[in-house]
Design a protein around this ligand. Structure first.
Ligand code: GLU
Length: 338
């Protein structure tokens, strides 16, 4: 699916460290050059304001757990975070109320169906299944600490900004556009309420969820946010602790199973990293203990994943030795077979 001709995987990278900075820079530029040629995919248009995105924009950013950043292309271009917010809101909620409660109320299994599926809810007795689909994300947002929607928003906005290391701004145009057209999400929240699985005002929770999706980020921001999850919860640029190492572990396991929509299995098979994508064209892919990739390119595949972003992540996962499932024999055994 993501054919690459990468052969030069640095062997030391398979054992827990990234290659040298000059190699990373070279490989990032190489991935960019190859994937910039790809012109397939469609820009999302079911949220009218997203249809205006420039399909030519393309940025790749990598932040190492020591805070070193590498970038190429449009890594400072702003776009709305959309579903990628779900990953970081999950982490904030796990930190606040514990992962067992999230497991109990929301679940951690892939639905195998699109992110905004109503059938998935019906088939599972109203169980939202996981925090990466819209039903589960709305249920997770309802668990954010705060007595009122405004208090919850403050916690959300402050928490996501701490992941990024800067105060994230709201794109009110995208927010208004989505708010005027998100009837399906309103239906999903009402359905959750009918199954007694949403203990907050459904319209308010959809509004909060839509706001979290409308925060503006860059590919550089995504790399820093992801690197915070790769770094045991400490933002490697600001040095601030955002969540605990256990919360990073739990969040990343959910991303591995559910982060790339119903194509999460294929992504894991090809790329081998926990990741989350969003319909505005962003992807964050996390290599625990090493760092994170932030990619941005608006044209999407049928599930909602950026086409260029996926290809670039596939290339870099192989070239940088990031795949979590890769190993090599113990040196002594390796020598015996040489
Ligand atoms: N706000 C979007 C929605 O709920 C996010 C979708 C996505 O990025 O997957 O439809």
């Amino acid at each position: 699916m993501f054919e690459t001709d990468v052969q030069d995987v640095p062997q030391e990278a398979l054992t827990g460290s990234l290659p040298s900075e000059s190699q990373i820079a070279r490989l990032l530029h190489e991935a960019y050059a190859r994937c910039a040629e790809v012109t397939t995919g469609e820009v999302a248009d079911y949220i009218p304001a997203l249809a205006e995105a420039d399909p030519a924009l393309f940025g790749l950013s990598l932040t190492e757990v020591d805070g070193t950043g590498h970038r190429v292309g449009d890594t400072a271009a702003l776009f709305t975070i959309q579903s990628i917010s779900k990953a970081f809101v999950l982490a904030l909620v796990c930190e606040a109320i514990g992962h067992q409660e999230v497991h109990r109320v929301v679940g951690v299994n892939n639905t195998g169906l699109p992110f905004n599926s109503v059938i998935a809810l019906e088939l599972n007795d109203g169980n939202p299944m996981n925090p990466m689909v819209n039903a589960g994300a709305i249920a997770t947002t309802a668990l954010v600490p705060g007595a009122t929607a405004e208090e919850k928003w403050w916690t959300l906005h402050e928490g996501l900004s701490r992941f990024a290391g800067r105060s994230l701004e709201l794109d009110t145009r995208v927010l208004d556009s989505e708010s005027a057209s998100n009837h399906r999400n309103q239906g999903i929240a009402d359905l959750l309420t009918s199954y007694d699985r949403l203990h907050a005002d459904p319209a308010e929770m959809v509004d909060l969820y839509t706001r979290q999706c409308s925060l503006l980020v860059t590919a550089d921001d995504l790399a820093v946010m992801g690197a915070t999850l790769a770094d045991g919860g400490i933002n490697p640029v600001t040095g601030e602790r955002v969540v605990s190492p256990e919360v990073c572990r739990d969040t990343l396991s959910v991303l591995a199973a559910c982060g790339m929509y119903e194509l999460s299995g294929e992504w894991l098979f090809e790329i081998g990293l926990p990741a989350k994508s969003g319909v505005s064209g962003g992807i964050v892919a996390i290599a625990p203990g090493k760092g994170a990739l932030g990619a941005f390119s608006p044209p999407l595949d049928r599930a909602g994943n950026s086409v260029r972003g996926q290809r670039a992540c596939a290339h870099l996962s192989r070239a940088l030795g990031l795949n979590l499932f890769a190993s090599r024999p113990h040196p002594a055994k390796d020598a015996e077979h040489a």
